[in-house]
Design a protein around this ligand. Sequence first.
Ligand SMILES: Nc1ncnc2c1ncn2[C@@H]1O[C@H](COP(=O)(O)OP(=O)(O)OP(=O)(O)O)[C@@H](O)[C@H]1O
Ligand SMILES: [Mg+2]
Length: 336
Amino acid sequence: MRGIRAFVGSAALWALLAARVAAAVEPVSMAIAIGAASILTGYLSYSGAFCRFSECCGEERTLNASALKLNLEAKLFGQHLATEVILKALTGFKNNKNPKKALTLSMHGWAGTGKNFVSQIVAENLHPKGLKSNFVHLFVSTLHFPHEQKTKLYQDQLQKWIRGNVSACGSSVFIFDEMDKLHPGIIDAIKPFLDYYEQVDGISYRKAVFIFLSNAGGDLITQTALDFWRAGRKREEIQLKDLESVLSVGVFNNKHSGLWHSGLIDKNLIDYFIPFLPLEYKHVKMCVRAEMRARGHAVNEDIVTRVADEMTFFPKDEKIYSDKGCKTVQSRLDFY
Ligand SMILES: Nc1ncnc2c1ncn2[C@@H]1O[C@H](COP(=O)(O)OP(=O)(O)OP(=O)(O)O)[C@@H](O)[C@H]1O
Ligand SMILES: [Mg+2]
């Protein structure tokens, strides 16, 4: 970026110098040269031009809410609550020119229900390069914070990393995967960044987005879904209020949630608890079809059924929900 600016500056300087030389010769050439210089500077100094050469943070970039909606509705199966909450949370946050705090989303649910998948969609809608963006950061507990005895060190590293990245780009996105495997206390290191402070040590964290992913609370969500199913009620009838408070209390009291007795919950710093429902047979089939299309193949219903039939379902008697959600669909499809 600096290099490009320097280049623009020197190009303009050269054009002006040329104009001076031309002025000694004749006034028409001088006018043309000055015109060219100002057009060149004006065009290149327009921030959009810089962003063609290198990725820009785009702190003021607006969210294309209808694109996000279409994306979620077309790609994410069986998650009416997650779709609704994510849309509402992101639209509200990005439409607000002066948010009072960073946006914090905590996604919970059974394996293979779409938590990482959705974070990727969210990331792409905030920074076009998605997970490959310099402004989107993924932490995986077992990879980045494996040793319990190093909690203090991890807390320091995490604070430094977040501080450095938010000072470079206010709208940075941080995704914490496998929260349920994170040793208790580590996450509290980022508490000051999620609070309602205007600035912390001269840096504002209010435009950043923090996303936590976890299996914790998956059992509570499944139980609620099952209760609805057994009562003959539709899955789509489940509302956020049926789950949100159960989830926040359950996660707070779960020693293996990464948020056990965490100040983030205690101080209401998590804006939304987002439940991911366990996936049914029909959703698994939808995942198989989506994967076939993604591979450029025509959908073959015979194979769709065979792949879905290979998955295992629970509870033992009713066999409604897929054990692994859609997680092994891709590898199973390789056999056909
Ligand atoms: N609800 C869904 N709609 C569409 N595709 C899905 C859905 N859930 C899962 N998938 C597919 O399955 C793959 C695995 O899902 P994902 O990694 O998002 O699961 P997860 O919820 O993060 O699971 P885990 O808790 O085990 O990490 C995704 O890449 C996607 O292709
Ligand atoms: Mg995951």
